[in-house]
Design a protein around this ligand. Structure first.
Ligand SMILES: Nc1nc2c(ncn2[C@@H]2O[C@H](COP(=O)(O)OP(=O)(O)OP(=O)(O)O)[C@@H](O)[C@H]2O)c(=O)[nH]1
Ligand SMILES: [Mg+2]
Length: 430
């Protein structure tokens, strides 16, 4: 599609920092408005799920190697430093043995990363996040037998500017034959699922998590908690697994959906952008034509810092980014929706006793409870909007958990209706 065509279409931008939930929300749109395309991709998500397990397993070992067992009652080490074995505690030995047993699984990490990202792996990130462009699903599948897609998913990478109907990557699906790497990983996972479980449930690892020396992301916890199901032979990712699977978006991915309402069909172009700081320059060319924006701010992130700048608190970054979006003149006429996302993760953190005040000192003596915390963050975002609202536009705010299918689909319907109410009046949509 050229620029003039894009101008006539309805375009929705999903904006927000990295890990805020944009691609997950895009999957929810896909589930609602183009479920066939998600079905076609289902198997390819196995590689991401496996990567989302192998990588955190490595992180657990790395964290243990840095901090050791933080049990205050841990047995003292021997004074005999000549004998390495005797300086190790019983827990050290268990961890060493687990690492040995899990070594073949850990060795798949790089190959999985390579498979998913097609060689584009961010070298700068400690967590080893994968950056992927749109169309990775087809690359992630076995290459030998391909047949044309029966339906057009309308997905493309706008950075690469390829026509999706002609793109070798996104225009094909792969059927039949087994994928060597994925089969090997599945076998390894099946063979050592007890070891993964032993590691994940180990008292020393639990202590590292409780003392927050080991902070795993929500998706890592989700897949490690579901290790038995995911390691079962013949495993096919569930929709819930796909919604939890994490890969970082690179550039801008366009998804096209037809939506019908009141007998009218409107084509939506949804743009899912990469949210890391190094990706944000790719957003601007899409501002001009944006009809609506969903800005996603993860309210659970009060105790987290940007991976690309460890001094910046994620809530502060979200507020700065929201200020930039609200005050941007190119976006002044766009319908504005705010998702205060990851409310489920916020609930869980507060239930564990993580203190907001410790990370956001201005929170003061307010109660460390969900309603109060959400109201506080919401007020800050509302204030940013009010201060930067020369065009008197309305801000629609939702509290969301975008991995929750039912709740999110109802919010999407609500957002769609509010957008339609405004935009069906304008001739631009016809
Ligand atoms: N529990 C929970 N997990 C969420 C929620 N929203 C997103 N996630 C998870 O958070 C991770 C990151 O979400 P993404 O959708 O990939 O984030 P993104 O904004 O696209 O990130 P970039 O592509 O890096 O800009 C995924 O594993 C999601 O499953 C939520 O509301 N609750
Ligand atoms: Mg993304």
């Amino acid at each position: 599609m050229d620029a003039s065509q894009r101008r006539r279409a309805f375009s929705l931008l999903l904006l927000g920092q990295a890990e805020s939930g944009k691609s997950t929300l895009q999957k929810q749109f896909q589930l609602m408005y183009n479920p066939t395309s998600l079905e076609e991709e289902r198997l390819s998500w196995r590689s991401v799920v496996y990567y989302n397990i192998v990588r955190p397993v490595r992180r657990i070992f790395e964290t243990y190697e840095t901090f050791g067992d933080i049990d205050p009652d841990a047995e003292p080490m021997s004074e005999d430093f000549d004998d390495v074995q005797s300086t190790m505690s019983a827990t050290d030995k268990q961890m060493q043995s687990l690492k040995l047993r899990l070594a073949p699984l850990l060795e798949t990490e790089e190959r999985l990363a390579d498979r998913i990202a097609g060689g584009v792996v961010s070298a700068s990130t400690g967590k080893g996040n994968l950056f992927v462009r749109s169309g990775w699903q087809a690359r992630a599948m076995f290459k030998s037998r391909i047949q044309p897609r029966s339906s057009f998913t309308g997905q493309r990478s706008s950075l690469e500017n390829v026509d999706p109907r002609r793109s070798e990557d996104s225009g094909m699906v792969i059927i039949g034959e087994k994928d060597g790497l994925l089969e090997e990983t599945a076998d390894l996972l099946n063979a050592c699922q007890d070891d993964v479980r032993e590691l994940w449930n180990h008292a020393a690892v639990r202590r590292l998590r409780e003392k927050r020396k080991l902070k795993l992301e929500e998706w890592a916890e989700f897949f490690l908690d579901n290790i038995i199901r995911v390691s079962t032979p013949g495993y096919v990712p569930s929709t819930d697994d796909i919604l939890h699977a994490r890969i970082q978006t690179m550039g801008v991915a366009e998804h096209i959906f037809d939506m019908s309402l009141h007998g009218r069909t409107v084509t939506w172009h949804l743009y899912d952008v990469g949210g890391a700081r190094g990706q944000r320059h790719t957003w601007v060319p899409y501002f001009d034509d944006a009809s609506a924006i969903i800005f996603m701010a993860p309210v659970s992130a009060f105790d987290q810092y940007l991976e690309e700048d460890p001094r910046t608190n994620r809530i502060d970054d979200s507020l700065q980014l929201f200020t930039y979006i609200c005050s941007n003149r190119l976006l002044k006429d766009a319908h504005l929706v705010l998702f205060l996302n990851k409310t489920d993760v916020l609930q869980a953190k507060l239930a564990k006793g993580v203190s907001v005040k410790k990370y956001i000192t201005s929170y003061g003596e307010r109660p460390n409870e969900f309603d109060s915390v959400v109201a506080y963050f919401r007020a800050h975002f509302t204030q940013v909007h009010k201060r930067n609202n020369q065009s008197q536009r309305v801000l629609y705010t939702h509290l969301t958990n975008v991995v929750d299918k039912k709740a999110t689909q109802s919010i999407i319907t609500n957002v769609r209706d509010s957008i339609f109410r405004v935009y069906l009046k304008s001739a631009a949509l016809v």
